[in-house]
Each structure stands twice: as structure tokens, then as C-alpha cells.
Design a protein around this ligand. Structure first.
Ligand code: KG4
Ligand code: ZN
Length: 337
């Protein structure tokens, strides 16, 4: 079964064709990062306009690169949410128009479900059950994934998402947007010190809170400036990043143990973080725990992960409607709808 996947929830317009949920035939991504960089973050109205410009060419290119025609597609998958409303509407409208014109079924999928599915594309052998740490610019989840569509949200952020914390700290440091990859790079040259809090919340909680950490970094920067001290940006990056990683690792390990599972799957933009990957690799070395994460291009937003999620959703007979509207709700406890 060949699925056309369309993604436009934030600042990437992407279309991809994926076979049987696992094999990428094409994955075209048009990013708007260079435009939003000028403003230090995503400007929703500009994002919508850029999606309008890009969506049709990107879909055409996905077919060209796969060497397929419209008739070769069996299903259309599209991101319904969460995301920016104007941005989502562009992809959703294009997907509905395509499905109607080509007479194909359509499935609206949850963007975060897509992030998890990026791992099915990268690792053909990967099967549930596993724990997934889903860490993106807008969301942070710890999921117990029992099957393709059966999962439980065990933990989530109570305030800022992980990626958001990276982006806000980078902004305070004046090092550019998006902050995650820049902090990742600079941290490699920095010296990490335990100057920022590791916010664990209640003893048994799997929830996260990153807003206090972000504020702690900002307060530290202000105090150091007032004292006339020189700020070593690389050291701040390394210290902040380690504070994030300590929390993510502690909670993920605790959940793996509590559920008796041995497989951890990272997904979302922050799963591209090199220090996070190597920390988990280090912690798991010599044990029977297994770590999976997608290559960087599948960590950040892309249409292939949406096609994969649509495939599995369709297999279960869920979500086919030409009347699908954007879904702005967060992930509910039991469903990826
Ligand atoms: O998943 P994604 O592309 O979009 C959302 O669904 O939000 O994630 C984007 C986020 C941004 O906050 C970006 O700074 C972060 O992922 N990110 C990283 C890295 N690469 C991207 N964060 C830390 N380290 C990285 N290498
Ligand atoms: Zn995303």
C-alpha cells in the first residue's frame, strides 16, 4: 500500500510517499527556517503563506522522486494537528483536494504519532512494546507504546516543551534560531557545571517542567552581566543541555524499569541532539536495553512519518473522512486522533 503523506503543521512543508508504513519512496522537505530566523521564531502568518507557495510543488516533487503517478497512490495521510491553525489548513486542504480529485481515501493523523512512526521508517525491525520519549519544539511526552495505535501517555510537560526551552535559551544567548542544533554544537566546546536545576517534580512523577530551568538560565545570565563577568556561551550551552538530559534520562530509565521494558525509542526534533543520544548509549552500554532514534532528517518534521502513521491508522479502519478538520487538541491519554 502506497501512502502520500503531507505535513504542514509548523515551518516545514513536506510531502512523501511511503510503502506499507516502512519504506520511503520519496520524502521532500521544504523548510522555512531561513525566513523565520530573521524574527527569532516562527511567525504564524508568514508560515501559512509559505506553505501555500510550497505545498503543490512539494507534492509534485514527491511523485517525481518516487517515479510514480497519482494513480499509484492508495491513501492520503495528512497532519491534522497539533500545530499552527493556518499552517495546518494549507496541508489539510491540499490533501483533501488531492483525495477528492484522485478518488483516494484520506486519513488525518496526529503529528506526535507521526514522530513516533519516524522510527518504523528508520528501523524495519522495530516493534512495540517500547517506551517512547517524544521531544519536539512544541511537546514533550513519555509514552508506553503497546502497539501501532495502542499507547498510554505516562508523562508530559506541565509548561514549556524541551525544544522550546532550547529555543528560548538560545534566544537569550543571542545565538540564533532554531536553538536546539546551535546549542548542541556549541555545548561540545563548553564545560558543563551543575549550576542549573534538575526539575524532577513529585517523587513518582513522569511529568516534566522546563520553564523554571529556562528562567534559571536567564537569571544566571543577568546576574553574571551585573557582576561584570564574561559569559562563556559554550559553557552555558553545555550546562543547560546537561540539566535537560539528566531529567530526560532519569525519567525514561525509571519508566522502562517500572514497565519492565527494555526498548527506548527517541523521537521528535530534540531526538537529533547528539549529547542526549550519546548519554543514552553510554547508560545502555553493556546492558540488554536497546536504544532507537531516527536519522536527523526524520527527527524533525517530515511527510514520511505522517504517511507511516496514516498507514497504521488506516489498517485499523480509523480516521477516514474528507471532512477532517484541524485538530488542535493535545494528545489525549489513549488515542492518537
Ligand atoms: O519535531 P520538530 O521538528 O517540530 C515540532 O514538532 O515542534 O522539533 C523542532 C525542535 C526545535 O525546538 C529545535 O530547536 C529542536 O527540535 N532541535 C534540537 C536539535 N535539532 C532540532 N534540539 C536539541 N538538539 C538538536 N540537535
Ligand atoms: Zn514535529
Amino acid at each position: 500500500m502506497r501512502v502520500l503523506g503531507i505535513e504542514s503543521s509548523c515551518d516545514e512543508t513536506s510531502a512523501a510517499i511511503v510503502e506499507d508504513g516502512r519504506k520511503i519512496l520519496s520524502n521532500v522537505i521544504s523548510t522555512q527556517i531561513d525566513t523565520h530566523k530573521l524574527y527569532g521564531g516562527v511567525v504564524p502568518e508568514i508560515a501559512s503563506r509559505k506553505h501555500v507557495e510550497a505545498v503543490n510543488p512539494v507534492i509534485d516533487q514527491a511523485f517525481q522522486e518516487a517515479g510514480l503517478s497519482f494513480d499509484d497512490i492508495d491513501l492520503v495521510g495528512v497532519t491534522r494537528g497539533p500545530g499552527l491553525i493556518g499552517a495546518l489548513l494549507v496541508g489539510l486542504s491540499a490533501a483533501k483536494a488531492f483525495a477528492l480529485a484522485a478518488n483516494k481515501p484520506i486519513v488525518g493523523v496526529n503529528h506526535m504519532h507521526g514522530h513516533v512512526c519516524a522510527n518504523y521508517l528508520a528501523h524495519p525491525d522495530l516493534k512495540a512494546p517500547f517506551i517512547s520519549l517524544v521531544i519536539s519544539g512544541g511537546h514533550t511526552y513519555l509514552l508506553e507504546v503497546k502497539d501501532y495505535l495502542d499507547f498510554e501517555v505516562v508523562g508530559q510537560t506541565r509548561d514549556d516543551a524541551v525544544g522550546e526551552a532550547f529555543d528560548k535559551v538560545a534566544r537569550a544567548l543571542g545565538i540564533g534560531y532554531p536553538g536546539g542544533p546551535i546549542v548542541d554544537k556549541l555545548a561540545k566546546k563548553g564545560k558543563s557545571r551543575e549550576i542549573f536545576p534538575r526539575v524532577m517534580l513529585e517523587k513518582d512523577s513522569y511529568d516534566f517542567s522546563f520553564s523554571g530551568l529556562k528562567t534559571a538560565v536567564m537569571n544566571y545570565l543577568n546576574q553574571e552581566k551585573q557582576k561584570g563577568h564574561t559569559i562563556v556561551v559554550e559553557d552555558i550551552c553545555a550546562s543547560f543541555q546537561d540539566a535537560v538530559i539528566d531529567v530526560l534520562v532519569e525519567k525514561s530509565l525509571r519508566l522502562l524499569k517500572a514497565k519492565g521494558l527494555k526498548t527506548l525509542v527517541l523521537s521528535g526534533g530534540v531526538a537529533a541532539n547528539s549529547a542526549l543520544r550519546s548519554r543514552f548509549n553510554q547508560v545502555f552500554a553493556g546492558s540488554d536495553y536497546k536504544l532507537y532514534y531516527p536519522p536527523n532528517v526524520l527527527c524533525t518534521d517530515n511527510g514520511a512519518m505522517i504517511a507511516s502513521a496514516a498507514y497504521y491508522t488506516y489498517q485499523k479502519g480509523q480516521g477516514q473522512s474528507l471532512y477532517a478538520d484541524p485538530n488542535l487538541g493535545i494528545l489525549s491519554t489513549k488515542t492518537f486522533d
